[in-house]
Design a protein around this ligand. Sequence first.
Ligand code: ADP
Ligand code: MG
Length: 342
Amino acid sequence: MSLGEFDLIAKYFVRPAGQGPRRAVVGNGDDCAVLAPAAGMQLAVSTDALVEGRHFLSTVDPARLGHKALAVNLSDLAACGARPLGFTLALTLPRVDEAWLAGFARGLLDLADEHDCELVGGDTTAGPLAIGVTVLGEVPVGGVLLRSGARPGDELWVSGHPGEARLALEAFRGTLHPSLPAEAFDATRLAMECPQPRVALGLGLRGLATAAIDVSDGLLGDLGHILRRSGVSADVFADALPLSRWLAARPRHEQLDCILAGGDDYELVFTAPPERHAEVLALGAQLGLVLSRIGSVGHRDGSAPRLRLWEGAAPLANRWVSFDHFRQPSPSTPAPNPGEAP
Ligand code: ADP
Ligand code: MG
């Protein structure tokens, strides 16, 4: 006989005493979890859902899916400079598949432990596979990083190597010419399925960055949110975009498509005053994370476009649109025969 709802929760999602972080005053198993933010701290809360066929295929490794479900949420905390405290999990499952559940819980809880983030509760129901995570984090009162703080004169930065997830997705879709070598496919697939949330970077950017956002829908589109919220313009230098080893080997149009509008990157785009340039670089060195200065923030003058792209000294027409769930086909659903790629 398969496990019932409560046995399933107890077996896979309630940690034995002494295992995993213990943060909540009242934890998993009661009607509510109770958390006590430390004095001088505010709670930061964010939710993201992952839906089968939309964000992932049923064939994805369950441990990677568990990792990603939490990673995309931790990425939102990172963008706000918040330290993870705990999370809840709303899980909708078509059936009880214990091998799947064991893998999913391992990927999820390993990442949670890495970030000292406690699973404090959730909900488990039967239905089409879907995963909802809500994370809770803390930031010092008044210290949250917002999208709205960019100032004219600031430098524009990005972490890591955006674009890899999109390269893997296009390999799955079979659209790449030339096709992606096996080694590049494995590496970029890892970026797509197992993104690393930039939590430590977000913490380091408190008091240093003026604005930040995590890149989920594409660099240009997400940067656009900073520009709109901050009421500023930006110049982005295509030459300065950080190309991963795998993207560097691709045709230029593909490099730009992947980096500028790929999405699913979970890197941080942020702005900081130019006099803090060396501190930003030192933070990257300390974290072992490449931080690239990719542009400048400017004033908005009248009807001038908010975002100007440059390839060397030549303007580059912005032909990229960012992802919108209700306007475009999903960016991250590999189709149609992912098992056969690349
Ligand atoms: P209620 O009906 O009171 O909302 P449930 O019966 O849904 O509570 O859940 C019982 C307990 O198990 C609660 O403490 C809830 O937070 C926890 N829980 C349920 N599903 C999960 C899950 N997927 N992961 C972690 N905790 C869960
Ligand atoms: Mg209840």
